[in-house]
Design a protein around this ligand. Structure first.
Ligand SMILES: *[C@@H]1O[C@H](CO)[C@@H](O)[C@H](O)[C@H]1NC(C)=O
Ligand SMILES: *[C@@H]1O[C@H](CO)[C@@H](O)[C@H](O)[C@H]1NC(C)=O
Ligand SMILES: *[C@@H]1O[C@H](CO)[C@@H](O)[C@H](O)[C@H]1NC(C)=O
Ligand SMILES: *[C@@H]1O[C@H](CO)[C@@H](O)[C@H](O)[C@H]1NC(C)=O
Ligand SMILES: *[C@@H]1O[C@H](CO)[C@@H](O)[C@H](O)[C@H]1NC(C)=O
Ligand SMILES: *[C@@H]1O[C@H](CO)[C@@H](O)[C@H](O)[C@H]1NC(C)=O
Ligand SMILES: *[C@@H]1O[C@H](CO)[C@@H](O)[C@H](O)[C@H]1NC(C)=O
Ligand SMILES: *[C@@H]1O[C@H](CO)[C@@H](O)[C@H](O)[C@H]1NC(C)=O
Ligand SMILES: *[C@@H]1O[C@H](CO)[C@@H](O)[C@H](O)[C@H]1NC(C)=O
Ligand SMILES: *[C@@H]1O[C@H](CO)[C@@H](O)[C@H](O)[C@H]1NC(C)=O
Length: 620
């Protein structure tokens, strides 16, 4: 067919105006997922914080406006009452296709939207919540500075009651995200401005949900909740007011809503109560209970699971214990990257898809690798019965922090623990991964950091150093080795440390076997494709890949049977950029696993572990 020149000309005009007038459209990313086209302009409609849910809320996600701030100094002259040049989808990473921007070099950015507070909220306080902004945010409401927040992975809330006006309110956010710019040593995880093989493109901006909610003047600011296998519930409820207020908490059976226990205490002071013979939470039966907490006229909904994580010798070997029993933990290295959304999963269904793939194959754990997910991810793990080993996002891998940068790492580590310690499924915290950003020459910071994490959360295990620079801190002796495991074994490679039998023998990473796929399932960035040849091992076809998977899982099984192996992490859930070693491809369109074989091989690990543990062995 020949196209007329006028038709071509009008097509060009249409294309230019579609891109040029700044209106939102998904930019074509280097690879899509089955959910890319389902995102639309009202993303993430769910209440974003299921551990502390308020009835009166309004989602601010959707189409906002964006403009490059061209420089950090811009924050001192904010573009109040101006129309920023482009539309952007919130939440998103500016670098993602779903953002509608697909930026490179997003260092300093402006975002704006407006909102109206429902008239029924009059007389109440209004709280503005951000799920996460990478990396620093200065928030202006109606031309006034509401708050500043630093740390790309954490939730923050600001009471904006005194900044509001009747009618339309203007929200303007300045975001600064240097990632790993020269000299910068901040928690970035896998993000880098120069992606290559195991390091990926960055995420900048407002990448989790934004919402407002109404609360009374004295409102609940934090709920620390932990429930054990003996029915004991530990609670601390923090409130905005400093005066001591009575707290009432009720535990309800999920589904029937029948109260099974309740407690009362005082705000800002820890208290306890007990529930009689609760149904326990475990990966095999993830029973949860609903919880309501009331302080004066503020009521929040939450939930919990009764379980106890501990460690202790079983038949002479130090083991991780779930409800007093040795539970072999088998999970994947879970990066949480998406070709269309980068850090932001396209939607809840997509996010849960990865977890269903793991659960269906028989994995009982996921290692959330140097990234922190939206609250709904942990909620899904709680509900599905997947233990979570949560990593602290690492500093840039080859840089060491100065004293101030180390202090900031420590401050953000504390935020990680405080914001996530009430999820039932989190069993362990990881402080350092493979010595990335870990000071090793002057002193060993992981000892004091382990004590700090233990003081904030005495109910979880601590993996102080997952791989490489282990000096004896924490509860795990954690080996990383590719492709084959060295899990609690009397042999090891020189990059790692010998197995220490006073701690839990663990394989924090292994596997990583690769299998290339055709271009339509690859991250279509030539620089990434050029690094596929850095994969530890390439298997020519899926038959070979599954055969190698079987051999490696059988080797792990033998280590469970003969040595002190207590759990392992398979690299990895999905391909990411130039890494082609996932159980599924980066676009989630190909499953590499032969499900019958993998299910049998994974079950064999649990069977081997059961044969090593005495059915009557109990710590309690
Ligand atoms: C921008 O262009 C798109 C596509 O041509 C059109 O649908 C939209 O209405 C335009 N928006 C504005 C504000 O002009
Ligand atoms: C923003 O502007 C700066 C300076 O002009 C430029 O270096 C950078 O690439 C721009 N970023 C984006 C995302 O457009
Ligand atoms: C924005 O415009 C409104 C209406 O003209 C005005 O009341 C307000 O002061 C302006 N805000 C700033 C920060 O200039
Ligand atoms: C905004 O206020 C915070 C304190 O909440 C302060 O740290 C920050 O420097 C202020 N930013 C500007 C641009 O005024
Ligand atoms: C807010 O504005 C609405 C409509 O303009 C008006 O009906 C209402 O009385 C105003 N409320 C306050 C508290 O000023
Ligand atoms: C409750 O707190 C006590 C005292 O700190 C602690 O020993 C116990 O393990 C905690 N129980 C739960 C379920 O968190
Ligand atoms: C991949 O495997 C999971 C788990 O078995 C299954 O639910 C899903 O439908 C499979 N996806 C594809 C694309 O085959
Ligand atoms: C991998 O491929 C790149 C680009 O094609 C090439 O420059 C490099 O030498 C290759 N490396 C190895 C180890 O083969
Ligand atoms: C992987 O497949 C892609 C797409 O066919 C190809 O361009 C690339 O060279 C392959 N890389 C390796 C290491 O096989
Ligand atoms: C369990 O304990 C009994 C009695 O001490 C012992 O004979 C047995 O070997 C232990 N282990 C298993 C797996 O039963």
């Amino acid at each position: 067919m020949r196209l007329s020149t006028t038709f071509v000309a009008s097509l060009v005009v249409a294309l230019v105006s579609a891109q040029g007038n700044g209106s939102y459209a998904v930019k074509t990313p280097p690879l899509t997922t089955p959910w890319t086209d389902e995102v639309g302009t009202n993303p993430w409609p769910e209440y974003p914080r299921p551990l502390m849910e308020r009835a009166n809320w309004q989602n601010l996600n959707g189409i906002w406006r964006y403009e490059n701030a061209s420089g950090l100094g811009a924050v001192s002259s904010p573009p109040f009452n101006q129309t920023l040049s482009q539309e952007v989808l919130i939440p998103s990473c500016l670098e993602s296709g779903l953002s509608g921007i697909q930026a490179t070099g997003a260092i300093a950015s402006w975002f704006s939207t407006s909102f109206t507070v429902p008239s029924s909220w009059i007389g109440q306080h209004v709280l503005l919540n951000f799920g996460a902004v990478d990396y620093e945010a200065t928030v202006f409401v109606n031309g006034r500075n509401a708050t500043f927040h630093r740390g790309g992975f954490f939730e923050f809330t600001v009471d904006i009651t005194n900044l509001l006006k009747n009618g339309t309110n203007d929200l303007l956010v300045f975001v600064h995200d240097p990632t790993d710019s020269e000299g910068v040593v901040i928690p970035v995880g896998k993000q880098t401005l120069n992606p290559s093989h195991i390091f990926y493109i960055p995420c900048s901006g407002i990448w989790q949900s934004v919402w407002i909610e109404s609360a009374p003047a004295n409102y609940i600011t934090d709920l620390v909740l932990s429930a054990g296998m003996d029915g004991e519930v530990n609670v601390t409820v923090q409130t905005s007011g400093t005066a001591a207020s009575p707290v009432e908490i009720t535990v309800l059976e999920r589904g029937s809503n029948v109260p099974v226990g309740s407690g009362s205490g005082t705000s800002n002071v820890a208290f306890q109560f007990a529930v009689d013979s609760p149904k326990l939470w475990s990966p095999a039966s993830p029973n949860l209970y609903d919880v309501t907490v009331r302080v004066g006229s503020d009521t929040i909904k939450s939930y919990t699971g009764f379980r106890t994580f501990s460690k202790g010798p079983v038949d002479g070997i130090e083991r991780p214990l779930v409800n007093g029993e040795f539970t072999f933990m088998f999970g994947t290295l879970d990066q949480g990257y998406w070709p269309d959304g980068i850090y932001t999963p396209p939607n809840r269904e997509a996010m849960e898809y990865d977890l269903h793939v793991l659960k269906d194959l028989g994995f009982n754990m996921v290692r959330k690798h140097i990234k922190v997910e939206p609250a709904l991810f942990y909620n899904a793990c709680d509900e599905m019965g997947l233990l979570v080993i949560q990593d602290m996002p690492a500093l840039p891998s080859s840089r060491k922090p100065d004293a101030a940068q180390q202090d900031e790492f420590e401050r953000q580590l504390q935020i990680l623990i405080k914001q996530h310690r009430s999820y039932p499924s989190i069993i362990a915290w990881v402080i350092y991964n493979e010595a990335w950003g870990q000071i090793t020459d002057t002193y060993y910071p992981e000892f004091a950091l382990t004590d700090l994490v233990r003081s904030l959360d005495p109910t979880r295990l601590i993996d102080a150093t997952s791989g490489w620079a282990d000096h004896g801190a924490g509860d795990f002796s954690d080996n990383h080795h590719y492709a084959n495991p060295q899990c609690g074994t009397p042999f090891y490679s020189l990059a790692s440390s010998p197995f220490d039998e006073s701690r839990i023998g663990f394989q924090g990473e292994f596997g990583g076997i690769g299998h290339n796929v055709s271009i339509e399932n690859l991250w279509g960035v030539q620089a990434a494709i050029n690094t596929i040849n850095q994969t530890y091992e390439i298997d020519e076809n899926l038959e070979a890949w599954n055969y190698r998977g079987h051999v490696l899982l059988e080797e792990l099984r033998q280590q469970v049977e003969r040595f002190s192996c207590c759990g392992a992490v398979w690299t990895q859930t999905t391909d990411v950029e130039g890494e082609v070693n996932g159980l599924v491809t980066y676009d989630r369109r190909i499953n590499r696993t032969d499900p019958v074989q993998w299910k049998a091989d994974i079950q064999a690990l649990y069977d081997a572990a059961a044969s090593r543990s005495n059915a009557t062995a109990r710590l309690f």
